[in-house]
Design a protein around this ligand. Structure first.
Ligand SMILES: [Ca+2]
Ligand SMILES: [Ca+2]
Length: 472
């Protein structure tokens, strides 16, 4: 990764804390970093974050071509924390199924993956670090363990809104069913307290902060905060790929989906709940930005926002689920704000969640003792037209349908796959040999795979790149 560019990029910052460079020659300014994630928020749902979106649209950068490297909660979060693809960490699933696929907090710890994460690297680089909210799935099974690298730890293992426990710096704290227990508000308050204590530290103790705030919303059941219940008054979207009528172009696992299986009322209610649950995230974001402004550190704070995966609600006949290689699952909202960065800019640069990791490392001047799979996109945020990637890759391993641990859902029947995405096309190859090929501009909704009509040499070239990625 282009770690060497961090000093140059960071020189554009005008306020903040200074540190001598590794060579002890020129000082560079290190920003605070606030990384905010939401859980299962589809790109189309970003309109429900009115004020958050407005903040980034006017003061920041919208990353409009941003993909998760794998569209499932735990493996996606593991990729962000480690900066590595699942085929390098083996973190493929939400729970640990051994040779079928690894996952869950216990594997993340026992494999030593938790010893080389953003928290560790930024703490080593002199940051005060915090993780608030969802950590690896099944964290409760190893709680109250605290992984290395975190100065302030208030974590949960499941996306919950009421009746949950947070492990708060080694102590279990229970939250119940009152409005004050609503997780979005609780996590907001913890992050605000962490920011205040970081900024208000005495000069000798003051460090830049790295706060990783993981909201549960809008993951199902997508419980709204009390003031937001019943507040949704918009249309229920029916995009052009909704309940796709002709799936003859699709692989077997989609062709086997019954169009009547799209449970309209059920999915519509999930849509409403997700929209309403995001209202509290919107307020929390504005509150946190207000605190940063009041403390006079907003202009030296980088804020990065993303979703750990997207979500389908009827598109391509897919019910309420993630995991698929279609844009509803893999292309997610992503936004950035920071000193020296573009204001009111939308970028169509191809980027991924492991690039997000490399970007934070770059901003912090950190030095991971590992090879990162992504590349810093700080130059994009600073206005460069530099191309970071010609293509990006996605991958997903399915639980084995033949294994009795696999519940018979469409997600389970979906074979493992890997994919390559360029500005123009998307190519997907499944473990059973089936493929899909889409023209991303002419067929934005991925309604017509052209794998049977496109020049076979084009497919062969893409396949060669995909195999090289998988073997790297
Ligand atoms: Ca998720
Ligand atoms: Ca079709």
């Amino acid at each position: 990764m282009p770690r060497g560019c961090c000093c140059v990029c960071a020189l554009s910052f005008t306020l903040g804390l200074f540190q001598a460079s590794a060579q002890g020659q020129r000082p560079f300014v290190r920003p605070n970093v606030l990384l905010v994630s939401v859980d299962d928020m589809a790109n189309r749902h970003r309109v429900f974050l009115d004020r958050t979106l407005g903040f980034f649209e006017t003061k920041g950068v919208i990353l409009d071509n941003f993909f998760v490297v794998t569209p499932l909660c735990n493996p996606s979060r593991a990729a962000v924390l480690t900066g590595r693809y699942p085929h390098h960490t083996q973190m493929w699933l939400n729970s640990d199924l051994g040779s079928i696929g690894r996952g869950g907090a216990a594997y993340f710890r026992d494999s030593g993956l938790d010893e080389s994460t953003l928290g560790v690297w930024l703490q080593d680089a002199g940051y005060r670090t915090a993780l608030h909210g969802k950590y690896m799935n099944l964290y409760d099974a190893i709680a109250p363990d605290i992984p290395p690298g975190w100065d302030d730890w208030r974590a949960m293992g499941s996306p919950l809104y009421y009746h949950y426990q947070l492990i708060e710096n080694g102590r279990r704290r229970y939250y119940f069913s009152q409005e004050r227990d609503y997780s979005t508000s609780v996590l907001r308050d913890h992050t605000i307290a962490f920011i205040r204590s970081s900024v208000n530290a005495t000069a000798v103790d003051r460090k830049p902060f790295f706060a990783y705030l993981n909201f549960s919303a809008p993951h199902v059941p997508a419980t709204p905060a009390p003031p937001d219940i019943g507040s949704y008054a918009g249309e229920i979207p029916r995009p052009p790929n909704y309940n796709e009528s002709d799936v003859s172009d699709k692989p077997t696992w989609v062709r086997n989906l019954d169009p009547d299986s799209v449970e309209l009322d059920h999915y519509d209610q999930i849509h409403v709940n997700m929209a309403e649950s995001l209202r509290s995230v919107d307020r929390a974001f504005v509150d946190i930005v207000g605190v940063l402004r009041d403390l006079e550190v907003l202009e030296n704070t980088v804020i990065l926002f993303f979703s750990d995966n997207g979500y389908s609600l009827g598109e391509h006949r897919l019910g309420n689920q993630k995991n698929s290689p279609y844009d509803e699952s893999v292309r997610v909202p992503a936004m950035a704000f920071g000193p020296g960065m573009g204001r009111g800019v939308t970028s169509d640069a191809l980027l991924t969640t492991v690039d997000l990791t490399a970007t934070i490392v770059d901003l912090a001047g950190a030095h991971p003792q590992t090879v990162l799979d992504g590349r810093s996109f700080v130059p994009i945020l600073n206005g460069s037209k530099l191309k970071i990637h010609d293509e990006i890759f996605i991958e997903r391993r399915s639980p084995d349908p033949a294994n009795d641990t696999c519940v018979a859902t469409s997600e389970c029947r979906m074979p493992s796959y890997a994919g390559i995405i360029t500005q123009r096309v998307k190519y997907i190859k499944y473990g059973n040999g089936e493929i899909e090929y889409y023209d991303r501009s002419a067929d934005f909704w991925e309604n017509q795979s052209q794998h049977l009509t496109v020049d076979p040499r084009v497919l062969a070239e893409l396949d060669q790149k995909l195999v090289a990625f998988q073997n790297n």
